[in-house]
Design a protein around this ligand. Structure first.
Ligand code: HEC
Length: 194
């Protein structure tokens, strides 16, 4: 009888040990997962803010120190109501100027026509909100919108981004998705005059 009590007690102890290990394991795994997401967004912030994305994708405010990104319009691209300044005929030519930009660097003109910096906030209808991570990576590797639609026009430096690792591209995407969504339907590109 005494033996059975000791055995029963032993089994109970083992079960308790296993349960506590499982619970603790789960808690640790949860901690690691949220740590990873936070690290990924921080890495993305570092890559985007050192990678010059604001130069074209964020409209500017003129300050006494010159144009600075207007963070209230962070990454919203060229404004829906952007006016394309007139381009003097003959200014863009193989022997003349190669490209022009407007005063906040969200509109660009060159041999490809006129392109407008895209809305890369997480807005679902006008930004990257409907993109998947896989589509973003494919897009930056192939130079096609969402990886399958039309070619992305200059001066978007996707050729440089194509050289980033999958891990870094995932971090850039995670960071962009963490920004404030801004609804702004960027104008369609204008093809070159023939
Ligand atoms: C020199 C200007 C310039 C810089 C710098 C730039 N972009 Fe772009 N980007 C553009 C333009 C212009 C477009 C739109 C081209 C078009 O309409 O085909 C674009 C398009 C995109 C697109 C495609 C979006 C869509 O809806 O098709 C993504 C994603 C993007 N840029 C991300 C970035 C990121 C991230 C960075 C920084 C690492 C960056 N860009 C830096 C000019 C730039």
């Amino acid at each position: 009888m005494k033996k059975e009590i000791v055995l029963g007690f032993g089994i109970l102890l083992c079960v308790l040990c296993i349960v506590s290990l499982l619970v603790r394991g789960d808690a640790l795994a949860g901690q690691a997962a949220s740590g990873t997401v936070k690290d990924q967004v921080a890495r993305g912030a570092y890559l985007v803010n050192s990678g010059g994305c604001h130069d074209c994708h964020t409209p500017k405010l003129m300050t006494p120190k010159g144009p600075e990104p207007d963070m209230s319009r962070n990454m919203m691209g060229a404004a829906a109501d952007s006016k394309v300044p007139p381009i003097p005929p003959g200014l863009l030519s193989p022997t003349g100027w190669g490209a022009l930009t407007n005063n906040d660097m969200t509109i660009w003109a060159g041999p490809w026509g006129v392109s407008f910096a895209a809305n890369i906030t997480p807005d679902k209808t006008t930004g990257l909100g409907s993109w998947t991570e896989a589509a973003f990576i494919k897009s930056m590797r192939t130079g096609k919108r969402k990886g399958v639609l039309r070619d992305i026009l200059p001066p978007m430096p996707w050729q440089n981004m194509a050289k980033m690792t999958d891990e870094d591209l995932k971090a850039v995407f995670a960071y962009l998705l963490s920004l404030k969504p801004i609804q702004n339907k960027v104008p369609e590109p204008i093809p070159p005059k023939r």
